[in-house]
Design a protein around this ligand. Structure first.
Ligand SMILES: Cc1cc2nc3c(=O)[nH]c(=O)nc-3n(C[C@H](O)[C@H](O)[C@H](O)COP(=O)(O)OP(=O)(O)OC[C@H]3O[C@@H](n4cnc5c(N)ncnc54)[C@H](O)[C@@H]3O)c2cc1C
Length: 306
């Protein structure tokens, strides 16, 4: 016999049967993210809103009945932050996946939270624009998840992380009230910066239902340099030289030997497996890039760059 509790009936009334999943075989797939060591409970229901009004309804029902809510994007997190707690509503934002606006004039995009990072990057590229935050999971993680974890990837050395691109947010608070905060302008200095308060808050302060994000002009095609070194000190000296000489690489990443061997085992990339460390650098500065590569690496690298 199926027992439908009052709060589940309320949710089904608000979102329709296909927006509220309770089959344990299905809901188990939403119980945890990619952090396999983090504990995860069992959600009582997985709810898939399509609109801000749906999210409002969910939060009102949850507050009325005292049910915990765990927002979830793609579940690519590595900290267990979207893992369910027993008896919770897991609120999966993937169906709210529209790029609502791309404005080359204002150099911004307005998106729903379920938009995948790569989808946004591809959408703005057609306008000669660039959305820089680049977690390595960019081809499947969502903007809502990026905002809530303040994601950033390899290009953060030049372009920063998600918080550097947030102009405004729409957020549904725990009791179902809708907060719109932030701006569409480059400058916005009046009042509290509530939009950034939500960035990195891992879903604890509210459910992000819309984001206004700053864009940049598309950069030039990057030039890449990889150099291997015999000691950590040598690697550090080269990084110091790059930074103090005023160069602004668009990527600067050091891998130690354990990492080099692991990556080479996986990708068969013909890395220098004997190297103590590997430095990967990129410049997207266009015509100057090759010159920057040569100035950054130089012919006097302690051990063969390539
Ligand atoms: C192979 C791999 C590589 C990765 N590389 C990077 C990297 O380079 N840099 C990096 O920062 N991270 C990286 N990550 C971690 C992860 O991809 C990011 O944290 C990503 O931003 C999570 O997005 P998501 O959509 O999967 O969110 P989820 O994992 O589903 O959720 C993450 C958090 O956001 C909250 N949340 C999601 N949507 C909303 C919303 N609409 N409103 C409020 N809260 C919400 C959740 O409750 C949870 O707290 C990587 C993960 C993998 C598996």
């Amino acid at each position: 016999m199926t027992v439908t509790t009052a709060w589940l009936a309320d949710l089904q009334d608000a979102l329709g049967a296909d927006g509220v999943l309770t089959d344990p075989d299905v809901t188990a797939g939403y119980a945890r993210d990619m952090a396999m060591m983090a504990p995860a409970g069992t959600p009582a229901a997985v709810v898939l809103p399509r609109t801000t009004a749906d999210v409002v309804a969910v939060m009102q029902v949850a507050t009325r009945h005292g049910i915990p809510v765990v927002p979830r994007g793609a579940g690519s997190g590595l900290a267990g932050a979207s893992n369910a707690v027993d008896g919770a509503i897991t609120l999966v934002m993937n169906r709210m996946d529209a790029v609502l606006e791309v404005s080359p004039e204002d150099r911004l995009a307005v998106v729903q939270p379920g938009v995948v990072n790569k989808t946004l990057r591809d959408a703005v590229a057609g306008h000669g624009l660039f959305y820089p935050p680049d977690p390595s999971s960019y081809d499947w993680c969502t903007i809502g998840g990026n905002l809530s974890t303040n994601s950033g990837g390899l290009c953060c050395v030049k372009y920063g992380v998600t918080t550097d691109y947030v102009l405004g947010l729409e957020v549904v608070l725990a009791d179902g009230r809708v907060l719109r905060t932030g701006r569409r302008t480059v400058k916005g200095v009046a009042g509290y910066d509530l939009a950034r308060l939500f960035v990195g808050s891992e879903g604890t302060l509210g459910v992000i239902t819309e984001a206004t994000l700053a864009l940049r002009p598309a950069p030039h095609r990057p030039v890449t340099l990889a150099a291997s070194f015999g000691t950590t000190a040598q690697t550090g000296q080269v990084v110091e030289r790059v930074v103090t000489s005023g160069l602004v690489p668009s990527l600067l990443e050091v891998m130690d030997n354990t990492c080099i061997v692991a990556v080479d085992d996986l990708l068969r990339a013909e890395l220098d497996r004997g190297a103590h460390s590997l430095l990967v650098a990129q410049s997207d500065a266009g015509g100057e890039a090759a010159d920057r590569r040569d100035r950054g690496a130089g012919a006097d690298l302690p051990r063969g760059g390539r």
